[in-house]
Every structure is written in C-alpha cells, then in structure tokens.
Design a protein around this ligand. Structure first.
Ligand code: PEP
Length: 251
C-alpha cells in the first residue's frame, strides 16, 4: 500500500521568519504520517531553522535542488552531503524551472539522483511536459525518456524509494490545472515506464504525484485517480491554511 504524499514547493519565496512562522502555524494540524506523508521543499537558506522549528512534527523537510558532487570547487552550489548532515531527508530533482532556467539535462538529473541516494536523500524526481511537447507526436516518448534517463543505473531497491512527480510545465503557476483524466494519464505513463524498467513489484511501490496549479478546489478529483498518490503544489503551499487543506484531504 502506497502512503499518499502531499508536498509543497516554496521555490524562491518567503523569508526565514515566514518559513518558521508557517511551521508554527501548522504544528499539530498535520495528518498522521501513516495516512498521508507531508513535505515542504524550501530554500537551503531556510532549512536549518525549519528543521529546528519542526522538532518531532511529522512534516518532511526537503531541499528544492542539490548538486551532483558531494563537495569541491563548485561555487554557489548546494552539497547533497551537507543537506543530509543537516537532517534534510528529501530533495526535489529536475523541476521544470531547473530544466528551463538552469539548463539541467537528463544526464545532470540522473547524476543528481545518484548523489541523492549516495547521501541517503529521497529524490522527488520531476517529469516535465511542455505544451508544444503535449501537442506533438513524441509526447509519450518524451515523458518515458525523462523517467528512463533519470533512473539510469539506479538499482531496483533504490527505484522503489523514489517519488516521481508528473509536472506539466504548461500547468505550473498558470492557474491552468490538468484535468483529472490528463493528470492520471501522465501519472499512469510514469508508473508504466517504471514497470517496464523494473517490473510491477517496484512500480507498485513508487509514489507518483501530480503537480501543476493544484489547490483545494481541484485536489479532490486529482487525488481520487488510481495512479496519483499525492500532489506537489507550488502556489497553494505558501499559505498554512491552503497547505493544511491539501495535507488533510485524505483523512
Ligand atoms: C511547482 O512548483 O512544482 C508547482 C506545481 O507550482 P504551482 O502549484 O504553483 O503550479
């Protein structure tokens, strides 16, 4: 049985003080992690204060990105080893904004997935779909190749731990959510790809999320889909109330 996973991605928003206040506001109001796991991904600048404030709350604290080397002469990068040492347990890898603005390729994303595992971080791998790809003939092969390339040389034992998010960039921050059928279709395709790579035993364990303008008005239909195990929300995760509504949908 896959435990639903509701994650927020704050991107480059909020301040350290606002991040801490957010955690104070949601404390004691999150679901039992046996029912739904909850997670916030934040700037590396906030993580230490957030971990301290979080205490023994079930909220998972995630990074939004990391580099693929553990240490060295990589000015400005975020070390996955340092994240792990801080107590961070998850990291988003390959968000469409990283692919678009920072030229992250499938190869870089694959190296980051390995860096995450090497440092005991659970990768939340994002799979993009642009509108032009969606309308083109190679739409399916593009989704399949992003998943396949991200998981290159990942062992079955590691693969069953990954979380994959279908995040069509045409729906991110646009207010234009994929319909529940479109979201299910993308998430099904991701699960099928993992099944083709590793078999059903592994693909049945992998949590597949939908992300793209999710909010408490549309989450109901999305979370009811067979292959959708949760959501990755940007805008709707910035306010404690709306994050709590998403987190508690499946109670
Ligand atoms: C995201 O940043 O991953 C995202 C899905 O953003 P939004 O919910 O704002 O579309």
């Amino acid at each position: 049985m896959r435990i639903p996973f509701v994650a927020g991605n704050w991107k480059m928003n909020l301040s350290v003080a606002e991040a801490v206040k957010f955690l104070q506001d949601i404390k004691g109001k999150l679901p039992d992690p046996k029912i739904t796991e909850t997670c916030i991904a934040a700037s590396p600048l906030f993580l230490e204060s957030m971990i301290k404030e979080n205490g023994d709350s079930p909220l998972i604290i995630s990074a939004e990105n990391c580099f693929y080397e553990d240490e060295g002469a990589y000015t400005g990068e975020t070390s996955p080893k340092a994240l792990s040492e801080m107590g961070v347990t998850h990291v988003i890898i390959g968000h469409s904004e990283r692919r678009k603005y920072f030229n992250e390729t499938d190869d870089i994303i694959n190296k980051k997935v390995h860096a995450a595992f090497r440092n005991h971080l659970t990768p939340i791998i994002c799979c993009d779909e642009t509108m032009s790809r969606r309308e083109s003939a190679d739409r399916i092969s593009w989704v399949v190749s992003q998943v396949t390339n991200a998981l290159k040389s990942v062992t079955p034992t590691q693969a069953e731990k990954v979380i994959v998010a279908y995040e069509p960039s045409w729906a991110i921050g646009s207010g234009k959510t994929a319909s529940s059928d479109e979201a299910e279709e993308g998430c099904y395709l991701i699960r099928q790809t993992i099944s083709d790579l590793y078999g059903d035993d592994v693909s049945d364990q992998v949590r597949v999320l939908y992300g793209g303008s999710v909010n408490d008005d549309n989450a109901d239909d999305i979370l009811a889909q067979t292959d959708i195990d949760g959501v990755l929300a940007g805008g709707a995760s910035l306010k404690p109330d709306s994050f709590l509504k998403l987190a508690n949908f499946l109670q």
